[in-house]
Write a protein that binds this ligand. Structure first.
Ligand code: SAM
Length: 336
């Protein structure tokens, strides 16, 4: 678990770690805010009024931005937070960090398209389910030599174009996989048809990431055309019953991205065991040490580069690593 999300770590330390490890290079605003909080005992005292699990920087900052905190310097933010603390605290208590990044479909798609179809897909930890429409977005895969490959849904190009830099022998598909059934599971499903839920998804996107914000809006419009059922509950408790509901004759694919890090080691192991036991293909896209056994099977990873950040996730099929991916789906390095 990262220091910023570890409830056992003191608040000032959680914010300092968030500034230095997660926000640096990703959001200048959040880096300033988090470093400012870490050095501000008065604001730390306010945040400490929340239960430990709710003190995480990403949650507090997203709640603040939902209520109108303006991107800028720390002193103005601290003054705003003191004035609006009751509102921010109430939102922290009722909401969770469940960023839904449709860009991750760009790294899932080649693996899905390589499986024998038709497919029935189940996403565990689906949030609002924006990654459950991989066949309905358009893609621009870009190569290091400047070339690119476009891929569109069967009928026509979609306004959502997911850009992804690719390297290695990636099996880019000629056409979209045939997906005949789809469903999700989440502890707290968000409803793509609810404006309040979409406003929360928007607030969860970091301040400077405007491309992700406009993509979110466009992906929500796609998902609203054919909303997908997302079962409320724990993935370990719900998966077997949902797999049993998939149509006969389809290859059932259970996938997840940026989810298992929220589970403890016992529950991760339990889920991995269910993936081995159930009649499914299992596609995981998670932090490197998150899925039991996957990092060990990776062997020697390629050195970090533009297309392989040090924070790369491992994409694995049935527990075998097949690619390294940028955590928001911006790049994909297929393993040889
Ligand atoms: C960071 S979000 C990722 C959402 C989506 N997979 C994506 O990549 O855009 C993690 C999601 O996992 C869900 N989650 C965490 N633990 C879970 C569990 N034990 N069972 C079901 N869902 C869970 C959270 O509620 C949240 O919506």
């Amino acid at each position: 678990m990262r220091a910023s999300t570890d409830p056992g770590v003191a608040t000032a330390e959680r914010y300092r770690a968030f500034a230095e490890v997660e926000a640096r290079g990703m959001s200048a605003c959040y880096e300033r805010w988090a470093a400012g909080v870490a050095a501000d005992p008065e604001i730390v005292k306010l945040i400490d009024l929340l239960p430990p699990v709710k003190r995480q920087p990403n949650l507090v900052f997203s709640a603040a931005r939902l209520h109108g905190a303006v991107v800028g310097e720390y002193p103005a933010f601290a003054a705003w937070l003191r004035e609006h603390w009751a509102l921010v605290a109430a939102t922290c208590l009722t909401h969770a960090t469940q960023t839904n990044e449709p860009g991750r479909c760009a790294v899932l798609l080649p693996a899905l398209a390589a499986l024998a179809g038709p497919l029935a897909i189940i996403e565990v930890g689906a949030s609002a389910g924006l990654c459950l429409h991989p066949d309905r977005y358009s893609y621009r895969y870009r190569f290091a030599d400047g070339g690119e490959r476009m891929l569109h849904p069967r009928d026509r190009a979609n306004p959502v174009v997911l850009d992804c830099d690719v390297s290695g022998p990636v099996p880019l598909p000629e056409r979209m996989p045939e997906i005949v059934w789809r469903a999700g599971i989440d502890l707290h499903p968000l409803d793509v048809c609810s404006d309040a839920d979409v406003a929360w998804l928007d607030a969860l996107i970091w301040p400077e990431h405007d491309d992700r914000r406009s993509r979110l809006r466009a992906a929500v419009a796609v998902a609203r055309q054919e909303p997908v059922e997302i079962v409320r509950g724990d993935l370990n408790a719900q998966i077997e019953a949902l797999v049993a509901r998939a149509p006969a004759g389809a290859t059932v694919v259970v996938f997840h991205t940026a989810v298992l890090a929220y589970l403890n080691a016992t529950d991760r192991g339990r889920f991995a065991a269910q993936m081995t036991r159930l009649p499914v293909r299992w596609l995981s896209n998670e932090g490197q040490s998150v899925v039991p056994g996957v990092l060990e099977r990776l062997g020697e990873a390629p050195a970090p580069s533009h297309s392989i950040p040090a924070s790369a996730f491992i994409l694995a099929l049935d527990g075998e690593p097949i690619a390294l991916t940028q955590p928001h789906g911006r790049s994909l390095h297929w393993l040889g």
